[in-house]
Design a protein around this ligand. Structure first.
Ligand SMILES: [Zn+2]
Length: 982
């Protein structure tokens, strides 16, 4: 007997072999014995989250929890794990991560992944303690649901293993499988014994072919460069070849033969195309405009701008010649191969000046000392997300500790100020910075004594006397000092919060937080006299939770920002932020979490800089979803990886053409109502959307595809009478409006404006009291049908108690117009969802339902017109309605884009800008399918060139793929004009 065999080696303990078909103990969608591993091992098919409390509870002495997964799909996905001990289930902190909560931590590549979760020890998500292995009472495993027609993921051999971070023998691992090891929050994912793996013959051949093709392409590029020709686009194919040959095969989830075939053959065809293209030009088989024998301007990619020479002019950063500079950067890249295509990320810096530190460095900040040395430095009364001030149990990265600060505390303020001074040298003399960010993705709410004192002072200014407040709040306070803001539970106000009081509290909170941002700006201004500053919380502006965040970008942009911070690819909010700015300012995007399909659209809508999040130096330690969204590391096709590099070059080459769209006329505004962002039923705050936000988005999406510029108007701007440049205004379910704002709208329409009202609008004031605004326009609503709000169960009836009206909850009313006014050509006009039974005095019905119920009415008011929709039109009907509304309001539209049959295409956005010798027209297809298009303008067209491909077109028509962006120059030949004159 050999020595090791007599040692008492602990064996693995099988918790579940997944062979029993209808096994009890697991909840969720699990079918024992139905899994499909290629080697036929016993396994279960699972979908979504499965959970059990029936496993042995004493895990002491084991090093890891292990199991094996089989992913039958052609993509990597992300799953998760949850472990609860006895203390977790009893814990008042359960909701705040007092268990191992890693719902998005398992990177599951195509094929087989052996999962090893180190349990000895493993920290809870809150980070305050180690999981008690003596009593593990609940285990949950989470995998994505299969797509339509797809097999589910399979799981085999759930077990406890004596190994800590190694796979054990029960895994039956083979070379080429993936291994995923989790240690606390961190994961490693790698290929098992790649050196012992044998590639299939065809993959070996592809490697060889691409290696050869890359050499040939390099030779042609060298030749072109000897001739002085720019070769940046061809270099994209070189980099792509390296990604397929060298980079992606390093990643376990790109190791499968299928992934390699796809990566190698994709890169091969790109390299071939670029080589042929260059060869033809070099041999004179084909000529380009930029040949030596013409004087045409050469469409070249410009060098990366010299950041220190840029100046702000209106919406643009301009270079010394006054031309707009557009910056397209890749996050974390300041050197290396990608800088052929992208600007360095270090054109901007977040300096954490709002809270005096970040989750990564707070322990070294004076704020940390103050936080631990003084009482009253902790945020009070609100346990929602920390809003980056500074970190809580959900904060990504950094050491685990809840440090959530109160911004009213003097010790904290002094510490922030000294943090800013200490760190000034990190950025003060950096010539590469175009701007600094005080902080972003911010939100804040605090109920400390100082907050309450300031709030009451503000209430007294707003309401004047306590009686006026009592009227609005429905309270009986004797003094402002008694006024209490509604309290919060977890993420929002209590379900039965006083909604009038919440409105004032949330409104004041935006004032308070903007004041703090302004203070932070001053703290930084002392350190640098001119560097452009910004701060913000972009997403809060379109979030149902806005009233808990303290974010009002209208205040921030006008009181804090030199440049406007917009994060992400949402164009509605780009247009919104531009609109909220009293004077034009550049928009910058420090963290663009979207792929390149929307980059050009973002620039067309007025973005000056963009830094894509992300192309990491290595896969993420904690967030596999981020890894899978990264171009090189993630799931995207290799052709699409290359498209990112080409788009970055297009942005640099077409800077002037893009910026030309920034000032096209915008004659229609959609009302962005702060009142309806703050006055939201508490139950709806954690929903995906509110009726106002849904209607805002639907109205915007309909209006943006009608060939005319659109924008937004705020309540503040309405009150200031800034309506002159608008012919029409759209009201998207603005249920609540202050009297004065309604009066401003009334003045706009009486003086000749057109207003389109989408339901439910104008029925209550900002304090949730009934308002008679509609009656003043001759519209009465006798009955309202509301669709049930999904997912709110018992809350449904409380969602909106309009006791004075007859409200029915139920399935939505679907209704199609049966009759139209003689002046209106009939169309398929359908509504579903909220529906109001209307009667009008003074106007006429434009469309009526089958029982002659008015669906759309037109009421003349003064010298203007109000269009009122009784229900919410379906998507296509809304687009058609807004199209007709634009025409009747006299919106100037020199451009019309339709399909081959002359019909508009929803999701196809186009704009025109007129120049001396050509019209520029961009076309972006977001319809979800390939579509035919035809462009019509009111100007002669003699030559058509698409400026991204530089191809000439015979006619202004063709096909555009889903997600594609085209930019046309429709040229008028001046000589034709002169010949006509003869
Ligand atoms: Zn406070």
């Amino acid at each position: 007997m050999r020595n090791e065999e007599v040692l008492p080696i602990m064996a693995s303990l099988l918790l579940d072999d997944f062979t029993l078909k209808d096994r009890e103990g697991w909840e969720g969608r699990i079918e024992g014995g139905q899994g499909r591993f290629p080697d036929g091992r016993a396994s279960a098919a699972i979908r979504g989250r499965i959970v059990t409390e029936q496993l042995p509870q004493n895990w002491s002495g084991y090093g890891s929890l292990q199991f094996t997964l089989h992913n039958p799909w052609d993509r990597a996905v992300v799953g998760g794990i949850e472990l609860f001990d006895g203390l977790s289930l009893e814990s008042p902190e359960l909701e705040f991560g007092d268990y191992v909560e890693r719902p998005k931590s398992l990177l599951i590549g195509e094929g087989i992944t052996h999962v090893v979760i180190r349990i000895d020890p493993i920290q809870t998500t809150q980070g305050t303690r180690i999981l008690d292995l003596g009593q593990v009472v609940r285990v949950a495993i989470r995998v994505p649901e299969p797509g339509e027609g797809e097999q589910p993921i399979s799981i085999a051999s759930l077990r406890l293993s004596p190994e800590h971070e190694e796979i054990d023998g029960i895994a039956y691992a083979r070379p080429g499988d993936s291994v995923l090891v989790m240690r606390h929050l961190d994961i490693s994912c790698f290929t098992y014994e790649p050196e012992n793996y044998r590639e299939p013959e065809d993959v070996v051949r592809l490697y060889r072919e691409l290696t050869l093709e890359k050499e040939k392409l390099q030779d042609v590029i060298d030749t072109a460069e000897i001739n002085g020709k720019q070769t940046l686009y061809a270099r994209v194919a070189l980099v792509t070849a390296d990604i397929a040959l060298k980079s992606r095969p390093n990643l376990a989830w790109h190791f499968s033969p299928r992934a390699k075939r796809s990566n190698l053959s994709g890169a091969l065809s790109l390299a071939r195309e670029e080589r042929y293209n260059l060869e033809r030009l070099l041999s004179s088989f084909r000529h380009e405009d930029d040949e030596d024998d013409s004087n045409l301007p050469i469409p070249l990619v410009k060098p990366i701008p010299d950041f220190k020479s840029l100046k702000i002019e209106g919406k643009a950063f301009v270079d010394t010649s006054g031309k707009p500079a557009l910056v397209c950067a890749m996050s974390y890249h300041n050197e290396g191969t990608l800088l052929q295509f992208f600007s360095p990320e270090r054109h901007k810096l977040e300096i954490y000046a709002v809270g005096g530190g970040s989750r990564y460095d707070i322990e070294w900040s004076p704020v940390y000392e103050a936080f631990h040395n003084y009482p009253g430095t902790e945020r009070v009364g609100w346990r929602g997300w920390c809003g980056h001030l500074i970190k809580d149990q959900w904060a990504m990265g950094g050491r685990k500790e809840n440090v959530v600060i109160c911004l009213e505390n003097q010790h904290i303020l002094e510490a922030i100020d000294s943090y800013n001074r200490i760190h000034a040298d990190d950025w003060r003399n950096d010539p590469s910075l175009m701007y600094v960010i005080l902080g972003y993705e911010l939100s804040y709410m605090c109920y400390c004594e100082d907050s309450l004192r300031r709030f009451r002072e503000w209430l007294s200014n707003r309401h004047g006397n306590i009686g006026a407040l009592n009227d609005k709040w429905g309270t009986e306070y004797k003094d402002f000092n008694e006024a209490e803001p509604p309290r919060t539970v977890v993420f929002g106000p209590e379900p039965d919060a006083n909604r009038a009081a919440w409105f004032d509290w949330a409104d004041w909170n935006t004032r308070r937080f903007t004041d703090h941002l302004h203070w932070s700006r001053d703290s930084v201004r002392k350190l640098h006299p001119v560097i452009p500053i910004c701060a913000g919380g972009t997403h809060s502006m379109i979030s149902p939770l806005n009233s808990t965040t303290g974010i009002d970008e209208e205040m921030i942009i006008n009181e804090v920002d030199d440049v406007i911070l917009h994060e992400g690819n949402d164009i509605l909010s780009i247009d919104l932020l531009h609109a909220l700015s009293e004077k034009p300012k550049p928009i910058v995007d420090p963290e663009h979490g979207g792929r390149c399909s929307r980059w050009l659209l973002n620039y067309f809508h007025g973005k000056s800089t963009l830094s894509m999040f992300w192309w990491p130096k290595q896969p993420s330690r904690q967030f596999p979803n981020s890894t899978l969204n990264a171009p090189m590391h993630g799931n995207m096709d290799i052709e699409f990886v290359a498209e990112h590099l080409r788009t970055a070059l297009d942005v640099r080459r077409l800077n002037e053409e893009i910026a030309a769209f920034w000032d096209i006329p915008k004659e229609t505004a959609i009302l962005y109502s702060k009142t309806n962002m703050l006055q939201v039923p508490p139950e709806l705050m954690n929903a995906k959307s509110t009726p106002f936000l849904t209607a805002l988005r639907e109205a915007y999406d309909a209006a943006r595809c009608l060939d005319a510029g659109i924008t937004f108007i705020s309540e503040k701007q309405l009150l200031a009478g800034k309506t002159d440049r608008f012919k029409s205004i759209i009201l998207p379910a603005v249920k609540h409006l202050p009297e004065a704002v309604f009066e401003a709208l009334d003045r706009f329409v009486r003086s000749g404006g057109h207003i389109l009202v989408l339901p439910e609008s104008l029925v209550r004031d900002e304090y949730n009291r009934p308002a008679d605004y509609l009656k003043r326009w001759g519209i009465s609503v006798s009955k309202v049908e509301l669709p049930e709000i999904k997912g709110f169960g018992e809350f449904v009836q409380r969602y909106d108690q309009n006791l004075e009206r007859n409200v029915q909850y139920g399935t939505a009313r679907k209704i199609t117009a049966a009759k139209f006014h003689p002046t209106m050509t009939p169309w398929s006009f359908r509504m579903s969802g909220v529906f109001q039974e209307l009667s009008i005095s003074g106007g006429e019905a434009i469309a009526e339902g089958p029982s002659s119920e008015p669906m759309l009415v037109r009421v003349p008011i003064g010298s203007g017109v109000v269009w009122y929709a009784a229900g919410m039109p379906e998507k296509d009907s809304l687009a058609e309605l807004v199209d007709r509304f634009f025409t009747e309001s006299g919106i100037d539209r020199p451009l019309k884009v339709t399909d081959e049959d002359g019909r508009r295409v929803s999701g196809l956005e186009a704009r025109l800008v007129r120049r001396r010798h050509d019209d520029l027209v961009y076309l972006v297809n977001e319809s979800g399918r390939t579509v035919d298009y035809r462009i019509q303008t009111d100007r002669a067209i003699h030559e058509i060139r698409e400026l991204r491909s530089l191809k000439y077109y015979k006619e202004a028509a063709g096909q555009i793929k889903d997600g594609q962006t085209l930019l046309f120059s429709l040229r008028e030949d001046p000589s034709v004009r002169f010949q006509k004159k003869k």
